[in-house]
Ligand binder design. Sequence first.
Ligand code: PEP
Length: 247
Amino acid sequence: MRKPIIVGNWKMNKTIAEAVAFIDAVDGVCHDGATYGVGAPFLALAESVKHANHLIVAAENCHFEDSGAFTGEVSVPMLEEIGVKWCIIGHSERREMFGDTDETVNKKAKRLIQAGITPIVCIGESEAQYDAGESEAVIRSQLSGSLADLCADCVKDIVIAYEPIWAIGTGKSASVEIAQQCCHIVRDQIEKMYGKEAAEAVRVQYGGSVKPENIVEYMAQPDIDGALIGGASLKVDSFTDIINKTQ
Ligand code: PEP
């Protein structure tokens, strides 16, 4: 039985004070039936970790090297030092705007796993790839690159967020059928790479314009174990609504 996992991705939103106020308001609403969390900007991570008792707090990126001449980057040991236990990697915004590739995502995943930090690995096709009928090929290829050479036992613990780029921040969410179909392909690809046990254990999220009005139908799908949520995770009311709807 896979535990549902709902994570907000704040992106470049929320000051430290705003992050703490959100966590103080939402932390007590969480329940043990699911994992709930937020991806916070680097500056807000340390205080967010201190204030979160039930919510998990994820970094939104990391570098794969431990230290060195990488201006503006944050390493895994730096995240470890402040008690971060989760990290989103390979978000499409990082891939499109900041040069992340399957290869760098793979290096980040390996370094995070070594540190005992759980990666939330994002994948998903662009609108052009979707229109060209290439979704399945893109999903399989991104997974085979991003998850190359990990141990099968480690894969069981990671989270994969399937996020079609055309549905992120557009209000144009994927239909429940497409989301289920693609999350099933994710699980099938994990089985091809790491076997049935890993495929059955790994948690797969759908992401792309998830909100209180549609969360329940996504969560009812057999291969969807949760959601990665951008816009609707920014307001206490809508995120609380999502928590209450996934009891
Ligand atoms: C995201 O940022 O990963 C995301 C899915 O955003 P939104 O929910 O706003 O589409």
